[in-house]
Design a protein around this ligand. Structure first.
Ligand code: WT7
Length: 627
C-alpha cells in the first residue's frame, strides 16, 4: 500500500489504536473532540511525559543499564548516561524545581545548550506537570526577553556557559540581560556545569544548581498525572507577523503522534542509536531529539559544538565511534559537507547506519543522491520528512518502518497514515497532478498544535481561514504524475535560512530598531549552502549618510534583536522602497534585483499598478541603490 492518504475515513480509530502503545495512567473516554480549529485528543486520558520516557521502561529490570544519552563536545569531553541515571537526574532536578515553587500550570523557560542536562530539565519540568518553553541558546537577549514577556514565565533555567567553535559563550550573562527587564521572572535556576571555571555573577533571583554537588542525590518525585490536552510545551516560531507565535503542544496527543511517526518513518527500535543533529531549541529537537526516541527506549547521541570541530570529519567519526544507526540532519549541513569534499570520510566506517533522515527545507536531488551514495552507501533509505513546528511531527515522509515505497530523490513521497493532505489552488479546489498549489491538511491529527499562547484567534486566522475546513501550511507543493509529493518552499513571507525559520517581518522590525532607519524591506534569496539568505533594503531618515559603520551597526542591531543566525548577507540603502499604488512594497522587484533576474511578469502580479509605472519605479529604484 503506497499512498495511505486517500482512505483515512477511520483516522480516529487509527489514532486510538496508536495511543494504546503509550503508558497512560487512565484511558481516554473519547478519542477526539473537534471544534475547528481546536482538537482535543484522547479526552480524559491521564498521562505524564517524563513517565512515558523513563519510568515506563525501568519497570523492565533489564533496562536499567541501557544507555539513554551519549554526549560529546567539540573539545573531546564525553558522557554516557543510562536510563536509570537519567531517571535519577530528572528526579533530582524535579525535586529542586519543586522545592523552589515550580508546579502544575507554571511555564518554565529553558535556555540551555546541547547538554544532557537540557534533556533532564525538559523532563523534570514535564514531570511536575509544568510547561516548558525552550529558547534556542543562539537567540539573543532581546529575543529571549520577548519570549519571556509573551509567556509571562516566572521561572527560567539556564547555565553558566556554553561552548561553540572554540569559544566560551557566557549564556548566563545573556540571560541576565533578558531577565533584568522581565518583571514576570521570579527565579532563575543556574546550572553550574562541572567543567565551568568561572564564578557566576549572581543576581538576587538566581539559584545555583551545581551538577557536581547533586551528582549523588537520590530524590524521587512522583510524576504528576495530567489530562491529555495539558500543555507539555510552548515553542516560538516565526510567521508572517513581526512577532513570533507561541505554539502550544498537548501532552497525550503530541506524545502519541511523535511515538507513532518516529516508528513509522525511521523504524526506530530499542536498540537504535539515534542522532538528531537539531538543537533542542527547535521542534525537531523536541519531537525527534528527545521525546520520540526516549519513548521508544532508544539511545540518543547529542553533540555540543561545531560540526567541523575538532576536525572536519568530526560528525562522521562520531557515527563510526558511537555506531549511530539512525542519523537525522538538514540539507544545509549536507551541502556544507558536500562542499568540503568526500575525502573527509575516507577511512571512516559508516556501516552502522540503517536509516538517514532529512528535514527543514527541500532536499535538492543532487544532495539526496550524495547523501544516499556517500553516507548511506546505497544501503539506507533517505527519509525526507516534511513537517512544521505547528504539526508537532512528521506529516509527509517515506516510512521505513512500514511498507517503504520506491523513493525518488528530492520527494518526501506520501502523507503518513492518518494524514489527509491535499494540494489546492487559490479557490481551495484540488489541483491535478503536476500542478503547483498550496499544501493543506484536511483532517485534524494528534500532533497538531492546540493553539497559540495568549492568542487563540490567531490560530484560526493564520491557519484555518485561508481555506475552508483545512489547515493552511504556508508551503507550496506539487504532486508528480505518480502522486508523489514534492515540497517547493514557502508561499508566504517566511524565510528558511539554513533550515531556520525567520519571518521577513521579524527582520524588518529588528532593522527598524536602529534609530537611523526610516523604512525597510527584507527579502530572501537563494543560496548554495544555506538554501536562502537574508537581504535587507533600507531607507534612512533625512540627513543621515550611508557609512560602512552604519551598515555594521544595523547588522549588529539585527543580531541583537534576533540572534547571529539572522545576520543579513547584505544591506542595500535606497532613497525609497518600490511600492505599488496602494502602498505595498514590491518585494518581487527587490528579489529580482538582488538575484540579477529580469522583473519579467512582476507587473501582472501587483495590484492595479500599471506595467509602465512598475518599470519606472524599477528604473528609479535601481539608480537610487547604494551599498
Ligand atoms: C517549514 C517549517 C519541522 C522541522 C523543522 C522546521 C520547511 C521543513 C521540510 C522538508 C521541504 C521543509 C517548510 C515548512 N520544511 N521540512 N522536508 N522539505 N520543506 O520547522 O521551523 O516550523 O519550519 O520548514 O517550509 O513550512 P519549522
Amino acid at each position: 500500500m503506497a499512498n495511505f492518504s486517500h482512505k483515512n475515513d477511520n483516522f480516529e480509530e487509527l489514532w486510538s489504536k496508536q495511543a494504546e502503545n503509550l503508558p497512560w495512567f487512565k484511558k481516554w473516554s473519547k478519542t477526539l473532540e473537534w471544534n475547528e480549529p481546536f482538537a482535543h485528543w484522547f479526552v480524559d486520558g491521564q498521562i505524564n511525559a517524563s513517565y512515558a520516557c523513563l519510568d515506563a521502561h525501568l519497570k523492565n529490570v533489564d533496562f536499567k543499564d541501557k544507555t539513554a544519552i551519549l554526549w560529546e563536545d567539540e573539545r573531546g569531553n564525553e558522557l554516557k548516561i543510562s536510563y536509570k541515571e537519567l531517571h535519577q537526574q530528572v528526579n533530582n532536578f524535579a525535586y529542586f524545581l519543586k522545592q523552589n515553587g515550580v508546579g502544575i500550570g507554571d511555564i518554565v523557560i529553558i535556555y540551555l545548550p546541547i547538554i544532557p542536562q537540557a534533556v533532564a530539565a525538559m523532563l523534570a519540568v514535564a514531570r511536575l506537570g509544568a510547561t516548558h518553553s525552550v529558547v534556542f541558546s543562539g537567540f539573543s537577549a532581546a529575543a529571549l526577553k520577548d519570549r519571556i514577556g509573551d509567556t509571562q514565565a516566572k521561572f527560567l533555567i539556564t547555565c553558566d556557559e556554553a561552548f561553540y567553535r572554540n569559544k566560551t559563550i557566557h549564556l548566563k550573562k545573556t540571560a541576565d540581560e533578558a531577565t533584568l527587564n522581565s518583571p514576570s521572572i521570579e527565579k532563575v535556576f543556574v546550572i553550574k556545569r562541572s567543567d565551568a571555571d568561572i564564578e557566576i555573577p549572581l543576581q538576587p533571583c538566581d539559584i545555583v544548581y551545581d551538577l557536581l554537588e547533586h551528582a549523588n542525590d537520590q530524590n524521587i518525585v512522583e510524576p504528576t498525572s495530567v489530562e491529555s490536552n495539558h500543555p507539555l510545551f510552548i515553542l516560538y516560531t516565526s510567521g508572517t507577523t513581526g512577532k513570533p507565535k507561541g505554539i502550544i503542544h498537548s501532552t497525550g496527543g503530541y506524545l502519541t503522534y511523535v511515538y507513532s511517526t518516529i516508528k513509522w518513518a525511521f523504524d526506530i527500535k530499542q536498540d537504535s542509536i539515534y542522532w538528531c543533529t537539531a538543537d533542542i531549541g527547535w521542534i525537531t529537537g523536541h519531537s525527534y531529539g528527545v521525546y520520540g526516541p526516549l519513548m521508544h527506549g532508544a539511545t540518543i547521541f547529542m553533540r555540543e559544538g561545531a560540526p567541523e570541530l575538532p576536525a572536519q570529519n568530526a560528525w562522521w567519526k562520531a557515527i563510526e565511534k558511537y555506531k549511530i544507526s539512525i542519523f537525522y540532519t538538514s540539507p544545509t549541513a549536507l551541502r556544507m559537507f558536500m562542499k568540503i569534499g568526500n575525502h573527509i570520510f575516507q577511512n571512516t566506517d559508516l556501516s552502522s547506519l540503517k536509516t538517514l533522515g532529512s528535514v527543514g527545507e527541500p532536499i535538492n536531488p543532487e544532495v539526496w543522491l550524495w547523501y544516499n551514495d556517500h553516507i548511506g552507501q546505497q544501503m539506507c533509505p533517505i527519509i525526507d520528512t516534511w513537517w512544521q513546528t505547528e504539526t508537532g511531527g512528521f506529516m509527509i515522509s517515506p516510512a521505513a518502518g512500514l511498507d517503504l515505497v520506491k523513493l525518488k530523490p528530492g520527494s518526501a513521497t506520501f502523507p503518513l497514515p492518518g494524514i489527509c493532505a491535499e494540494i489546492v489552488d487559490q479557490n481551495n479546489i484540488p489541483v491535478d497532478n503536476q500542478n503547483k498549489g498550496h499544501l493543506v491538511i484536511t483532517k485534524p491529527w494528534p500532533g497538531m498544535t492546540i493553539g497559540i499562547h495568549q492568542n487563540p484567534e490567531l490560530f484560526k486566522q493564520a491557519y484555518w481561514s485561508k481555506f475552508k475546513n483545512s489547515y493552511y501550511s504556508g508551503d507550496y507543493a506539487i504532486k508528480d504524475k505518480d502522486g508523489y509529493f514534492w515540497l517547493l518552499g514557502r508561499a508566504d513571507e517566511v524565510l528558511n535560512v539554513s533550515g531556520h525559520r525567520i519571518g521577513t517581518a521579524e527582520v524588518e522590525s529588528a532593522t527598524l530598531e536602529h534609530p537611523a532607519v526610516a523604512e525597510t524591506a527584507v527579502v530572501g534569496i537563494k543560496d548554495e549552502i544555506k538554501g536562502e539568505v537574508i537581504i535587507v533594503f533600507t531607507s534612512l531618515k533625512q540627513g543621515i549618510a550611508v557609512t560602512p559603520e552604519l551598515k555594521k551597526e544595523i547588522v549588529q542591531t539585527i543580531r541583537k534583536q534576533i540572534g547571529a543566525f539572522a545576520t543579513p548577507k547584505d544591506i542595500y540603502f535606497v532613497e525609497q522602497l518600490p511600492k505599488t499604488r496602494s502602498g505595498k512594497i514590491m518585494r518581487r522587484i527587490l528579489k529580482a534585483i538582488v538575484q540579477g533576474d529580469q522583473i519579467g511578469d512582476v507587473s501582472t502580479l501587483e495590484d492595479g499598478t500599471s506595467v509602465e509605472e512598475i518599470n519606472l519605479i524599477y528604473k528609479n529604484f535601481i539608480q537610487s541603490i547604494q551599498q
